[in-house]
Design a protein around this ligand. Structure first.
Ligand code: NAI
Length: 649
């Protein structure tokens, strides 16, 4: 192969021309572990196209030489600089024009996609004549812009519907959901699926033969017709309104409108572009993205450790059973111990349902089930890299268990407790090596909640800490470092919020009205429904312990006296049918109700920060967003407070 393009002095691309005059353009962004399409990178790509215009190759193959993947999207840090409408339009126009140019070049073009291919990266690939995806587990294609409150304005909104049909494309663009390699090939998003060792050969054959491989989008393609688009848009809008009745998120509606009215060309709707790009929502969602990356980084830090292979979970109840299932789902060998055989069996049943839901391939679901081993006698304990204790919340029982198991642990194994309220200092007293006990506090339901609080004390062994963070990252959860104190961060902030909601019930407000006020604010679930979901008995115990208020609300006393425990007993503040609360109309929401309810939560977040339970404001906001679902578009409780200073409390 000969090297071309050197005369241009490109920093982020290199290019080889092979004997058949096929140009292999490799993207490898400098000073970054991933490829991002910054203004500079796009400018270099444009220079490469200029070069190929003067020296047309027989075909152009675009690939990445980064281990991380193909392209991770635009450089989102540039969004923070868009302080005028003109700058926003210029950013959209830059990619739109360049990728239109790529789509029109006379020689065949192919994107060879291995690993992640996100946002602007997928839009670049969509502008190529062909796409091949490499069949490996981390290959993933998506247009996630909607999650940042913006839109795929570099041609994605036009080319994706044309390629795979409107319904599938709208689903991808409005949810931001990724497609793996197989699904991408099946959808027609890629022209073919290739094994890693054959990828170069396959790419070259495809680009030279120029054979059309993919199937036409069929009926979904017809739905792009200008006459069909308004009808599809109307139906889709109904679904969006049902999902987001209070219209907190403008981006999905804007994407739909730009597709329906302008065939995906955002430049035809400049006011909408400006409204979105410079909105508080987009800025806050960008903040949430960075917060998430920060939490993920804790999980990556400990990666120098060898990955955990085997987890032993003691306690197969609500939490232990689901923690074991989650770890097996994520590829670890798991032994699950309980003193009661029937609890293990019930946990296995729930685990099998999870595997069937999450693994579309039944063979993979079976493999996950095989990794989850019932272990009544605790034989797995000696082999485990991580031991998670999730037994009854009682310090004496936990301590006596630790005394039995400590001599059996493998050297270097992590001993973790899932306690939600007991202090680690108190729990570790009987251990010979108290510095090996750490908290890994999962949330219920384990499979749905992204956050895990890693509970630290001053005396924990640094190796145990590193191994714990690595383990939490390995199982795909977001670790939040917290100090050992009752309620840590998340439960501590929820307790006064739930208490305030019950005080409102005592004052005569309907649960429906209270819940509606918080849904309107942007919470994923109202506080009364949340109390019913966690259980009124648990809410009482946590509330009296964490809120510092000894007076149990009268409404809670009454329900408990009637043995109405919430969802699990079929009746709490609501009656529950098919796992759903039966709700009456919410009626008018009193002015200031949401502020009244959210203020105790915000104040408690500030208090936990002031007490150094979390290290800084960003981590406090991250913990409350990912641990409670606190309205992400506000940027988190403390950010919200800072932006709304002066609002009536
Ligand atoms: P659970 O009552 O559902 O399960 C506890 C299990 O431990 C039972 O199956 C019991 O048979 C078993 N067990 C008790 N002593 C044992 C022993 N010595 N050896 C082996 N098995 C034993 O309790 P749940 O709700 O799962 O809670 C477990 C832990 O997780 C507690 O520390 C709790 O504070 C914590 N937690 C609970 C959450 C929840 O929402 N339920 C959320 C986060 C943490």
């Amino acid at each position: 192969m000969t090297t071309t393009l050197e005369s241009l002095g490109l920093q982020n691309f290199s290019c080889q021309l092979d004997a058949d005059n096929v140009a292999w353009l490799s993207i490898d962004c400098v000073d970054s572990s991933v490829n991002r399409l910054s203004a500079e990178v796009l400018d270099e790509f444009s220079q490469a196209l200029d070069y190929f215009e003067r020296n047309p190759p027989a075909g152009l193959i675009i690939r990445s030489t980064k281990d991380a993947g193909f392209i991770a999207g635009a450089n989102i840090d540039e969004f923070a600089e868009l302080d005028t409408p003109e700058k926003g339009i210029a950013l959209v126009s830059r990619g739109w024009t360049l990728f239109n140019r790529l789509a029109k070049v006379p020689y065949p073009t192919l994107a060879l996609i291995r690993g992640h291919c996100l946002g602007g990266g997928l839009e670049m690939a969509l502008a190529c004549r062909y796409r091949l995806v490499v069949d490996q587990p981390d290959t993933s294609l998506s247009l996630p812009e909607v999650m940042l409150g913006i839109f795929p304005g570099w041609g994605g909104m036009r080319r994706l519907p044309a390629l795979i049909g409107a319904p599938a494309a709208l689903d991808m663009m409005l949810s931001g959901r990724p497609q793996d390699a197989r699904k991408a090939a099946k959808l027609g998003l890629a022209d073919g699926l290739v094994a890693p060792r054959l990828m170069d050969q396959a790419a070259k054959m495809q680009v030279l033969s120029q054979k059309p491989l993919r199937k036409a989008p069929g009926l979904g393609g017809w739905m792009n017709h200008p006459l069909a688009r308004p009808l599809v848009a109307k139906q889709t809008l109904k679904k969006l309104n049902a999902r987001d009745p209070y219209q907190h998120y403008l981006a999905p509606r804007a994407i739909l409108e730009i597709w329906a009215k302008h065939n995906g060309n955002a430049l035809k709707a400049p006011e909408l572009v400006d409204q979105l790009i410079r909105s508080d929502t987009a800025r806050n969602l960008l903040r949430v993205f960075h917060l998430q990356e920060r939490l993920k980084a804790f999980g990556k830090k400990g990666r120098k450790q060898p990955a955990a292979q085997h987890v032993h979970v003691i306690g197969a109840g609500v939490m232990g059973g689901d923690i074991a299932a989650w770890c097996a789902l994520k590829g670890l060998t798991v032994t699950l111990q309980d003193q009661d055989r029937s609890r293990i069996a019930v946990a296995q049943g729930r685990a099998n349902a999870l595997f069937a839901r999450k693994k579309k391939d039944p063979r993979e679901a079976r493999a996950a089930a095989d990794r989850l081993i019932p272990d009544l006698n605790g034989n797995g304990l000696r082999h485990a890299d991580v031991v998670i204790e999730a037994i009854t919340e009682n310090a004496d029982i936990k301590r006596s268990l630790y005394a039995q198991i400590e001599p059996l642990l493998k050297p270097g194994a992590v001993l973790a407790t899932n306690t939600s309220s007991l202090s680690l200092e108190e729990l570790c007293t009987g251990l010979r090596a108290p510095q090996r006990l750490i908290g890994i506090h999962f949330f219920n339901p384990v499979a749905k909640m992204p956050l895990v609080e890693v509970v630290e004390t001053a005396t924990i062994d640094p190796d145990v800490k590193a191994a714990t963070y690595a383990f939490v990252g390995q199982i795909g959860k977001l670790p939040l470092p917290v100090q050992s104190t009752p309620g840590f961060l998340v439960n501590a902030v929820l307790a006064p919020y739930m208490l305030e909601a019950m005080r409102c019930v005592d004052e005569g407000l309907a649960p429906e009205t209270i819940d509606a006020a918080m849904l309107e604010f942007g919470m994923p679930m109202g506080p009364i429904e949340l109390i019913d979901t966690v259980g009124l008995d648990i809410a009482r115990d946590a509330g009296s312990q964490l809120s510092g208020d000894a007076n149990t609300p009268a409404c809670l006393e009454t329900h408990l006296a009637n043995n109405e425990l919430g969802r699990k007993s079929g009746q709490g503040f609501y009656q529950w049918k098919n796992n759903k609360p039966v709700k009456q109309s919410a009626g008018a929401i009193p002015v200031g109700l949401a502020q009244r309810l959210i203020t105790p939560l915000i104040n408690k977040t500030q208090e936990q920060l002031d007490r150094n339970i979390v290290a800084d404001q960003d981590l406090a906001d991250a913990g409350v967003i990912f641990g409670t679902g606190f309205a992400p578009f506000t940027g988190g409780p403390l950010h919200y407070k800072a932006c709304n200073a002066g609002l009536p409390a």
